[in-house]
Design a protein around this ligand. Structure first.
Ligand code: C2O
Ligand code: CU
Length: 574
């Protein structure tokens, strides 16, 4: 009896020990959850910067709801298009859609548009922690207000600590409708969108209503435009996730009197560095740590300013409110001055400073299998002003590439391969060129599966004298290593030797600076059809983009929900 009870205890404790062991081993893979969202998208009158206009809302708001999830969770968004007369598609910016290339949300590339009255179900896994975005990817619809943030928490401890996790989306804002803008951009004579009227911080801006004479249109006491307030407790540390979805502007973000330590960029940990101004380009996300360590008896300004273009748009303003001061109390100082808009060096230096964090480095392959150089220029094609890449301006087809390729519909787009480079020996990037051989096309780059590709973004002069712009390039379906930045023309023979192969950051959006170049590397390991384009809404609309296909033969059956437009296998509507 005694003997038996001892061995009974022994068995029990062994079982318990094994059970605990299993729990510990399994911990990092703790249960992934399904996060289900139902969104109604429609037009509503709103006054984000006090000026009333039609904006696109999700469940009544702009920005839309933040998607909050843990690494490995499945996100389901049932999207109801209540726009009445307008199509819709939403892209999940920074989510690679591994195994679900059909839910990337890029109209014309991965799906047909969602028609008015339809409900479309997106379903995908957020496989990595980090700060990501979502936004409309149909025409220029994003800048009508359809955007929001995705926050994915890690299952492992993070390499830095903080007391609170907050997020702020930055934007610029126009009073004209996206239709008016799109029509102007595709007219002869060309009508440029000009500079935005306001800058928004977390969807709120402040237009000077005294410039509007029409009664009832602009009202500074409208709660839609009440200044955004970030309340902090003295002595505590805040992780601020800063994201930009501007239509045009590059921004400088600052918090008066406070330093910011950059710790994350596009979902990857950054070797920490301190800034007073964070330069941020459309499509980028950063996490910064800020300590509320200044005089707690007052409030401070949070500001955004336009950089890289002459900044005629007034600063975006919000309040960094030290508890328990009143949140509406204006800081006693005037907002900190904007950095010089044309100081390219400071911005280039900040880009270069962003490196992968020690202990979290994913080393890039040391060589590449294919190098593609993308010359960024403006051209006139048949009298229309366009942006182009290697003198080809991109047009979206009416049959999404994913469907056309998968179903072998060869008449859906031009099958000629676009150029892998430009005449780099003779082309002068510093002068206005009349690129008489410029064309527009919907041809795409077919990449071999599982190879390493280098992309060199080469900036150049626009059609105006002594002018080159900043372009934030965004790649769908991938993160890339940022191997280097340079000034002037990329030298194929000398510059690759300067690549950072030790601790390059991985990102999904990166700037090419005026008259400069940026070098990227990625692996073609995600079967799908992926857009790569300038994230400036009007630039992409004017043709500044390309499309990559990789591993199409590995993609399973497409869901029928993405189909129903353009050419089909059996009939040709044109
Ligand atoms: Cu955030 Cu194709 O864009
Ligand atoms: Cu651009």
């Amino acid at each position: 009896m005694v003997e038996l009870s001892i061995s009974g205890t022994k068995i029990l404790s062994t079982v318990l020990f094994l059970y605990l062991l299993v729990c510990l081993v399994n911990f990092p893979a703790a249960e992934a959850r399904v996060r289900h969202y139902r969104w109604k998208v429609k037009y509503e009158y709103k006054s984000p910067d006090c000026y009333k206009k039609l904006v696109i809302t999700i469940n009544g708001g702009t920005p839309g709801p933040t998607i909050v999830a843990d690494e490995g969770d499945t996100i389901i968004v049932e999207l109801e298009n209540n726009l009445l007369t307008e199509n819709l598609a939403i892209h999940w910016h920074g989510i690679r859609q591994i195994g679900t290339p059909w839910f990337d949300g890029t109209e014309g590339v991965t799906q047909c548009p969602i028609l008015p009255g339809e409900t479309f179900k997106y379903q995908f896994v957020v496989d990595r922690p980090g700060t990501y975005l979502y936004h409309a990817h149909y025409g220029m619809q994003r800048e009508a207000g359809l955007y929001g943030l995705i926050r994915v928490s890690p299952r492992q401890p993070e390499p830095f600590s903080y007391d609170h996790d907050r997020s702020i989306i930055l934007n610029d804002w126009y009073h004209k409708s996206t239709y008016e803008q799109a029509a102007g951009l595709s007219s002869i004579p060309f009508v440029w969108v000009n500079e935005p009227e306001s800058l928004l911080i977390q969807g709120k801006g402040n237009f000077n209503c005294s410039m509007v004479s029409e009664p009832g249109v602009c009202n500074t006491s409208n709660p839609d435009c009440s200044r955004y307030v970030q309340t902090v407790v003295p002595g505590q540390t805040y992780r601020l996730r800063i994201a930009s979805l501007t239509a045009l502007s590059a921004l400088s973000f600052q918090i008066e009197g406070h330093n910011m330590t950059v710790v994350e960029a596009d979902g990857h940990y950054v070797e920490p560095f301190v800034v007073q101004n964070l330069f941020i380009y459309s499509g980028e996300t950063y996490s910064v740590l800020v300590k509320a360590d200044q005089d707690p008896s007052r409030n401070y300004w949070i500001t955004t300013n336009v950089v890289s273009r002459p900044n005629t748009t007034p600063a975006g303003l919000a309040v960094f409110n030290y508890y328990p001061n009143h949140p509406r109390r204006s800081p006693p100082t005037s907002p900190p001055p904007a950095p010089a808009w044309d100081d390219v060096d400071s911005r280039m230096n900040q880009s270069i400073a962003i490196k992968a964090r020690q202990g979290h480095i994913i080393t890039p392959p040391t060589t590449s299998d294919r190098v593609i150089v993308f010359l960024n220029t403006q051209n006139k094609i048949n009298g229309y002003v366009r942006w182009s890449v290697n003198n080809v301006s991109f047009n979206l087809p009416h049959t999404p590439y994913l469907i056309a390729l998968k179903e072998n519909i060869t008449d859906a787009f031009d099958q000629t391969p676009p150029p892998d480079g430009y005449d780099f020996l003779n082309y002068d990037i510093y002068s206005v060129q009349n690129n008489t051989n410029a064309t527009s096309s919907n041809e795409i780059y077919r990449l071999q599966f599982n190879i390493t590709v280098d992309i060199i973004l080469q900036n150049a002069n626009t059609m105006n004298k002594n002018n080159s712009e900043t372009h934030p390039w965004h790649l769908h379906g991938h993160d890339f290593w940022v191997l280097g930045y340079g000034k002037g023309k990329f030298d194929m023979y000398k510059d690759p030797a300067k690549y950072n192969l030790v601790n390059p950051i991985m990102k999904n959006t990166v700037a090419v600076h005026p008259f400069g170049w940026t070098a990227l590397r990625f692996r073609t390991d995600n079967p799908g059809v992926w857009a790569f384009h300038c994230h400036i809404e009007s630039h992409f609309y004017m043709g500044m983009g390309v499309v990559f296909e990789e591993g199409i033969e590995r993609i399973g059956d497409l869901p029928s929900s993405i189909m129903g437009c353009g050419h089909t296998k059996t009939s040709n509507p044109h």
